[in-house]
Design a protein around this ligand. Structure first.
Ligand code: 1PW
Ligand code: ADP
Ligand code: CA
Length: 552
């Protein structure tokens, strides 16, 4: 490691010159002494020339600490003189840890140490920076962390302990960590016994299924605490105040990837620490007026539902299970008959076929998320919208609803590249029955620059709500019987790809979890309370605010 340049804090004059203090930003400006290249933990800095100044806004400072100049003495907060042997000229020093942006959306924690002539100057710097950091109210101080030891490559605990916990400690964030012991442990704990008032946010260390499970638990808890019945699709939900963070430790991790741009635990942890904010849509899924689940990424029937159903029995393979089941499902080439009805989102900016891409501060999300008439009723709730439903019957290889792009390492542009995170809509993608060859071309376009929608058997609609009814609609009891029969029947078929028959039903893949029913009604959930500010369930990570704009 090359010798770090000596930074002369003595050049940092307070208040009226280099050190300007304002509420939101303290621009730390310091003179870098000539050095060719400075390598700091994880990031490679651009070469500094003498006299350059380098600014870091306080919103990206993680911590400041007085340098423990004498390893024998405890850092009891008092200022220690540096031992004579180290540097005569600058006996005092403090270190600033801050966010360093690296390549491809990656963030790293970098340290820079300042050396000073007088102790008072250093203490004033340290004190002022700490005051500024404390003044940043958007930063979490207490987090409830759920680790899924079972998801992805089953590395959740190691990822958290080695990469995330040290950063939370550095940023003086207190955590209560729960390693889940069974499926839905996090949901049930959030829904019942978690003392949510003690925390600024909850953190999910896992994949999409785990995040979706926690959204379910948190939103259900809030409705229960406020006496709201989730079973009625028309019911307005009460917004939660807590935020949900994601540390990627799953298999697909598309929610993290689509909001941060990369699946990197350190990057996600740093976003959580600085309290970033990014809204996000949530869909509620009902069956016969019974609430089933919330979805924030993909609701997939047919191909993605069958892939998930088959892969659940292969979890021991880790993320590779999806490739194996994907290939097997592709070979079976099952199609499913049914009726899709949906309420198109009109009067909005953007289409699923345009070239917009949702980024932090997205204008389309802000515009579409605010579509209200003057009396604050969502425009499409007005009577004339009732007639707006469209109905499509057919044979489908896949029916996918993407509330976000669903970009992930396997498909960097995602299932619906132009989908928006918080625009109050979901992109409904219908893939009709076609040849294996054409379906393969469609799938492969998810991994290339070609437009996966530009095929005559594919159509995509930006909707507020939709319903799906399988062609052979049965009563619940018959359906259950049929379901069981179907599972057995489709199990036989699945295990014998040569069999050309298609089972009557697929399964719905809801953010990586199988839903118990094929006939569902889906809508962007609506909430009580003031417009906009109240409409945001925030997430500490990357500001993944779970956006509950309105619905029905
Ligand atoms: C034969 C060539 C195949 C190329 C196919 C490329 C398409 C890949 C598109 C990936 C789908 C992303 C949608 C994300 C869904 C997640 O919510 C769910 C659960 O994610 P988790 O495993 O819990 O992190 N993952 C899956 C595969 O259903
Ligand atoms: N301790 C556990 N044992 C078994 N299953 C669990 C446990 N904790 C969580 N799960 C379940 O694992 C599912 C998948 O978790 P997730 O983190 O999404 O991993 P993956 O991305 O591999 O699917 C979640 O829906 C969750 O309900
Ligand atoms: Ca959306």
């Amino acid at each position: 490691m090359e010798k770090q340049p000596r930074l002369l804090a003595s050049q940092l004059l307070l208040k009226n010159s280099l050190f300007e203090v304002s509420l939101n930003r303290v621009l730390l400006t310091w003179k870098e002494i000539a050095t060719k290249k400075k390598r700091v933990s994880g990031g490679i800095h651009h070469p500094f020339k003498v006299g350059t100044s380098h600014g870091v806004s306080v919103s990206e400072i993680l911590a400041v600490r007085e340098l423990d100049v004498d390893s024998e003495t405890k850092d009891d907060g008092r200022w220690q003189k540096m031992p004579q042997k180290s540097t005569e000229a600058y006996p005092y020093a403090f270190t600033v840890s801050y966010v360093e942006r690296a390549w491809q959306h990656r963030w790293r924690c970098s340290d820079v140490t300042f050396h000073c002539l007088e102790g008072a100057l250093c203490q004033q710097w340290v004190q002022t920076i700490r005051e500024q950091l404390t003044a940043l109210t958007s930063r979490p101080k207490h987090l409830l962390v759920y680790i899924n030891p079972y998801g992805g490559k089953q590395q959740g605990e190691r990822i958290y302990e080695q990469k995330v916990a040290p950063l939370f400690t550095l940023a003086s964030i207190s955590t209560h960590v729960i390693v889940t012991e069974h499926a839905n442990h996090a949901r049930d704990h959030l829904r019942t016994e978690a003392e949510l008032k003690k925390y600024d946010g909850v953190v999910c260390v896992g994949g999409d299924g785990m995040f979706s499970e926690m959204v379910h638990g948190l939103v259900s808890r809030t409705q229960r605490d406020n006496g709201v019945d989730q079973n009625s699709p028309e019911e307005k939900l009460v917004p939660c105040t807590l935020r949900i963070g994601i540390i990627p430790a799953g298999s697909t991790d598309c929610i993290c990837y689509a909001t941060v741009g990369i699946n990197d635990p350190v990057t996600s942890a740093l976003h959580i620490i600085v309290g970033d904010a990014q809204p996000m849509d949530v869909c509620s899924v009902h069956h016969n007026n019974t609430f089933l689940r919330y979805s924030v990424s993909l609701l997939g029937y047919g191909f993605y539902g069958d892939v998930l159903a088959d892969s659940e029995r292969k979890r021991w393979m880790g993320p590779a299970r999806y490739d194996f089941s994907g290939f097997k499902t592709f070979l079976t080439h099952h199609y499913y008959e049914g009726t899709v009805s949906f309420l198109p989102a009109t009067d909005i900016l953007g289409t699923p076929r345009d070239k917009t891409r949702c980024r932090a501060g997205c204008f389309i999300c802000q515009h579409n998320g605010q579509l209200y008439s003057e009396d604050h009723q969502p425009l499409f709730l007005l009577p004339e919208y009732k007639g707006g439903w469209r109905v499509i019957r057919g044979k489908f290889l896949a029916i996918n609803a993407a509330s976000m792009s669903c970009a992930c390492p396997r498909s960097p542009k995602g299932l619906s590249p132009a989908a928006h995170l918080a625009d109050g809509t979901t992109d409904l993608i219908l893939v009709r029955k076609c040849s294996r060859f054409n379906f393969l071309r469609h799938l492969l376009r998810h991994t290339s620059k070609y437009d996966q929608f530009d095929m005559n058997f594919v159509e995509v609609h930006r909707v507020r709500r939709f319903r799906f009814t399988p062609r052979y609609c049965q009563s619940d009891s018959e359906l259950d019987l049929r379901e069981n029969g179907k599972r057995l029947f489709s199990q036989i078929c699945r295990d014998h790809p040569a069999c050309s028959c298609s089972p009557a039903y697929s399964s719905w893949n809801c953010d990586g979890e199988i839903l118990p029913h094929a006939a569902i009604e889906v809508g962007l959930v609506r909430i009580k309370g003031k417009i906009l500010d109240e409409n945001l369930l925030q997430s500490a990570q990357t500001g993944v605010k779970v956006h509950l704009p309105f619905g029905q």
